[in-house]
Design a protein around this ligand. Structure first.
Ligand code: ASP
Length: 220
């Protein structure tokens, strides 16, 4: 990982090192960047879509093949927790948009504004050209990037999902993947990250994998 997310590994390791469950570890781990306003590609502070809305995609999967996901959810700081509740409390695997938000609110989550002044500034800078091009957007963002002292590579400025995989003392593997998706994407766009089998997959017999990169390419 990049240096800032060593904190995420540490949070997960605290659970694993005490003999805790891998699912708890990956959830706690990815909650670190979800709450970090300086992380512009996950959760709070994530760059918005082209309409200025922060929409989040997350999924989680355990050693039994159970899984849950939320897609294009707004106003919720920890979509990974909602994804876990979709897995644990509903008969479904995926909830999207308004329905995902409604479910989160009934589960006691609070609605929050996830667009930070820095991300709003970057979006306004991008609006000047309004050109969606994953290759040039990082260069625009470099100008507005407030990451110091965070050493994020410029190439990752318009996307940088966190995916985390862990194996616990019982040999059980879980994974979590959470993102605000590609910066300045179309409204309603969902990438690979919350899709089981694209952004994340766990097979307890074999291993697990999580992806980052341009989601359309990952899905293809
Ligand atoms: N895969 C993510 C997406 O397309 C972006 C990323 O990896 O940062 O939404």
């Amino acid at each position: 990982t990049w240096a800032p997310n060593m904190k995420a590994n540490k949070a997960a390791w605290e659970i694993l090192s005490k003999g805790g469950y891998s699912l708890d570890a990956v959830e706690a781990g990815v909650m670190i960047p979800e709450a970090d306003p300086n992380d512009v590609s996950v959760g709070y502070g994530g760059y918005p879509d082209r309409d200025g809305k922060v929409t989040l995609d997350s999924c989680i999967m355990n050693e039994k093949g159970q899984c849950g996901a939320v897609m294009a959810i707004e106003h919720i700081m920890h979509p990974i927790k909602v994804a876990r509740l979709v897995m644990e409390k509903t008969p479904h695997v995926q909830l999207v948009g308004e329905g995902a938000l409604q479910f989160a609110l009934t589960e006691g989550f609070k609605k929050e504004n996830l667009l930070t002044p820095e991300s709003e500034k970057a979006w306004k800078e991008w609006l000047k050209t309004s050109k969606y091009d994953p290759m040039t957007i990082p260069k625009i963002l470099e100008k507005t990037n407030q990451q110091e002292p965070y050493p994020w590579p410029v190439a990752a400025l318009n996307h940088d999902t966190i995916g985390m995989i862990a194996m616990d003392v019982n040999g059980n593997i879980s994974g979590a993947c959470t993102t605000s998706g590609m910066a300045f994407k179309m409204r309603g766009r969902v990438g690979d990250s919350p899709i089981i089998g694209a952004g994340l997959f766990v097979d307890n017999e074999i291993g697990a994998a999580s992806a980052t990169g341009v989601g359309e390419e990952v899905v293809k």
